[in-house]
Design a protein around this ligand. Structure first.
Ligand code: ADP
Length: 370
């Protein structure tokens, strides 16, 4: 597979313009004086050029959106490059199947998913931290060839506070204009929790309301088949992730038609994950020792296992001390089982047994089966 180039947002003011872009706040608004920067620098790369053209066309189509909010979305929220594919994610077969059915197939074959097969407008991924929820969301975007908008709900209510409502409006407008789109909201609980209803945080409550309104608009537009050029509400999905699903209020919870539990990895998944991590590392672990590691990492999340492997890989270097600076690479000893044993003493699973039970209870009560 060829990976797309990683394109980081351009620092302001350094872009070369590929064309004038206008966002009209009303249909009759005049062009803004400074043209918006395009997503990518002026480049002969046809893929980038095509993207620039799409962005320009999208921006011309949307109305009622704050210009700087749209710019912020384009520069900070849309993820380009550094793609994740299904194969990069160990295990989670059930979640992958469910995501294919809910998102990937409908996005790639919209003609088949109509009427009773109407695709869901919202899907929730819940489970302990570090189990691959973000990776799954990114894989869905790659595999469904969608524009991927990634935003953390806590940054909406902190970093962007004051701008958040405008940002939410721009987010949904751009997602519709650049469809198929995945709006991935990490830590969705901080946006849709019951505590936002108390009136204590007026601003947070307003953002929550704006988000729910725009999300409903999406469903209405899709149901009404308001399909005009440059606005495809049918193929926009809100995919959200949370480590504390019980904090989401009931009304918001019901909007996630599918609620997919992302559990701690099973032994087979841990085996695959460990094998992948060791693939490019010089090591001398036997099959039996790898099996032993699988048993020792019971209760560990994917990111816990990654942390253990990274720490263990440092073992051979730690053993050298300052001699590390003068030792040729081929004389550095392989990573051994004892390195893993040492790391496992320091790195403990991040989820407790009681913590896990809370997820399982919630999954039984509110999770989607299958
Ligand atoms: P979450 O969003 O559930 O908190 P992430 O998707 O951000 O977790 O995963 C954190 C890191 O843990 C990833 O970058 C990856 O290195 C590792 N990881 C977690 N789960 C898996 C998995 N199933 N397969 C491969 N790597 C995983």
């Amino acid at each position: 597979k060829t990976k797309a180039p990683v394109v980081s947002p351009q620092p302001q003011g350094t872009q070369r313009q590929t064309g004038v872009v206008a966002i009209s706040s009303s249909p009759n608004a005049t062009l803004p004086s400074a043209p918006l920067p395009p997503m990518m620098p002026d480049t002969p790369n046809p893929e980038h050029q095509a993207w620039n053209n799409r962005v320009n066309a999208a921006l011309k189509n949307i109305t009622g959106v704050d210009e700087s909010a749209a710019r912020q979305i384009l520069n900070e929220i849309i993820v380009k490059g550094d793609e994740v594919h299904w194969d990069d994610i160990a295990g989670l077969e059930q979640a992958k199947t469910s995501l294919k059915e809910t998102v990937v197939y409908p996005f790639l074959r919209p003609d088949l998913f109509k009427g009773l097969r109407e695709p869901a407008r919202g899907m929730l991924l819940f489970g302990p931290p570090g189990t691959g929820k973000t990776m799954l969301a990114r894989a869905v975007a790659t595999e469904s060839q969608s524009t991927f908008f990634a935003i953390s709900a806590s940054s909406l209510t902190s970093k962007y506070l004051g701008e958040s409502e405008k940002l939410v409006r721009a987010l949904f407008a751009l997602a519709r204009a650049l469809a198929p789109s995945i709006i991935f909201v990490d830590e969705i609980d901080s946006l849709l929790s019951t505590r936002n209803d108390t009136g204590e945080h007026e601003a947070s409550r307003r953002i929550k309301t704006e988000f729910l309104v725009k999300w409903s608009d999406l469903a209405h537009a899709a149901a009404g088949k308001e399909h005009k050029d440059g606005d495809d509400a049918q193929r926009v999905l809100v995919l959200a992730a949370t480590n504390i699903p019980w904090a989401i209020d009931e009304a918001a919870r019901r909007r996630f038609v599918r609620r997919q539990y992302i559990p701690l990895p099973e032994p087979e998944t841990r085996l695959k994950h460990i094998q992948t991590l060791l693939k490019y590392q010089v090591h001398d672990l036997s099959e039996t020792e790898i099996r032993e590691l699988v048993a020792l990492t019971d209760g560990f999340s994917g990111s816990d296992i990654t942390a253990v492997a990274k720490d263990a890989a440092m073992g051979p270097l730690r053993a050298l001390g300052d001699a590390l600076l003068s030792t040729p690479r081929d004389q550095i000893r392989p990573v051994k089982f004892i390195d893993f044993e040492a790391s496992l003493k320091n790195i403990r699973p991040s989820v407790s047994t009681e913590g896990l039970r809370a997820f399982e209870d919630w999954a039984l009560k509110y999770g989607s089966s299958g």
